[in-house]
Design a protein around this ligand. Structure first.
Ligand SMILES: [Zn+2]
Length: 340
């Protein structure tokens, strides 16, 4: 998630939160699962405050402190037994771009489990230079854009210098996709497809899996071997959807942002995605601003009673495949063999 406005009501989203945030311990590691968390946000204190405050606006009672520190986040991830995580930052204005990327490099240099991603802004004057700095000088795995929070289209002409660098190095671009009604924003998905076609070396990871356009996601997975999905928040929302569906006509107002009808139509394709392409589907958490600690989010995943191999792919196999494809097999090799 990231900064922005939402329509106000949050009772359904909040109802389950106390239990979801009860304790950081007894995580997936304790249950024999190896989980590479492909979506974590550790940012500078001012940005963390803004992010947590924004979540509190639409999730009354959200229990995470605005003053949460990097140390606390890392301690939670370790308590959950997460062996590796992607740390994602993104500038809200151009002026913080370089500082934010440098912050991520310095932060992650001291955290063996952290895999840093860089970012830039549409107003970044020399996008090729910033992308090269992140990939070539800082050694980042890839780049991340959050077009809805950053307030610009991710796949326009002006971003092509970024795609060039990622294509050249065969690296991932993580882009927020979906939850259009929640954000009140829209993305040109044909433009996205054009970029994927033009830069086959670039590995495009659709964060939130185009929620809820799983039919289109399935088609794109068939067409483009450089297309990947990250199910962050999507899994929890689909579980929530299942609960709301059983309420029939008495849907709370917050259900509108879940795009109930669209979800219903697309649901068969969600299951087909998992059947056909789990080797390219990851499951991150948005920690510490997602839907709970890892034990609750693992519970959400297991609600769908996936086959063991599919679950293993979402938790670690797909991330391992991405690392390997991007020339980061040394990180893949660092993963514990048990459950990974
Ligand atoms: Zn996020």
């Amino acid at each position: 998630m990231a900064s922005g406005e939402r329509n106000g009501e949050g009772e359904v989203w909040a109802a389950d939160f106390p239990r979801r945030w009860e304790s950081a311990g007894s995580g997936p590691g304790g249950e024999g699962a190896c989980w590479v968390d492909t979506h974590v946000h550790i940012m500078p204190p001012r940005r963390m405050r803004g992010l947590v405050r924004w979540v509190k606006k639409f999730t009354p009672g959200f229990p995470v402190s605005e003053d949460i520190t990097a140390e606390e986040i890392v301690a939670s991830l370790r308590a959950c037994g997460i062996p590796l995580f992607f740390n994602l930052v993104f500038p809200l204005w151009e002026e913080e771009t370089e500082d934010l990327n440098r912050f991520n490099r310095e932060l992650c240099a001291g955290i063996p489990e952290a895999v840093p991603f860089g970012s830039l802004h549409i107003e970044t004057p020399d996008k090729e230079r910033e992308a090269r700095r992140c990939i070539e000088e800082y050694g980042f795995l890839g780049m991340k854009l959050h077009p809805y929070a950053q307030g610009f289209p991710a796949f326009g002409e002006e971003m092509r210098p970024l795609f060039e660098v990622l294509h050249e190095h065969g690296r991932p671009l993580l882009v927020h996709t979906g939850f259009d009604v929640f954000y009140g924003m829209y993305m040109d998905l044909e433009e996205m497809e054009g970029v994927m076609r033009d830069y086959p070396g670039m590995q495009l990871v659709a964060v939130h899996a185009l929620f809820p356009r799983f039919r289109l996601a399935h088609h794109l997975m068939e067409e483009y071997p450089n297309f990947w999905l990250d199910m962050t928040n999507t899994i929890s929302c689909l579980r929530l959807h299942d609960g709301l569906r059983s309420q029939g006509d008495s849907l709370p107002p917050s259900a509108s942002s879940l795009e109930m009808e669209e979800v219903e139509e697309n649901l068969p394709y969600f299951h087909r995605l998992l059947e056909d392409f789990s080797d390219r589907i990851m499951y991150g958490t948005d920690f510490p601003v997602g839907f709970g600690y890892h034990h609750a989010l693992l519970d959400d995943l297991r609600f769908f009673r996936l086959e063991r191999g599919v679950e293993e792919n979402l938790l670690a196999g797909a991330a391992r495949n991405l690392l390997t494809r991007c020339g980061f097999s040394h990180l893949a090799a660092k993963l514990p063999t048990r459950g990974c």
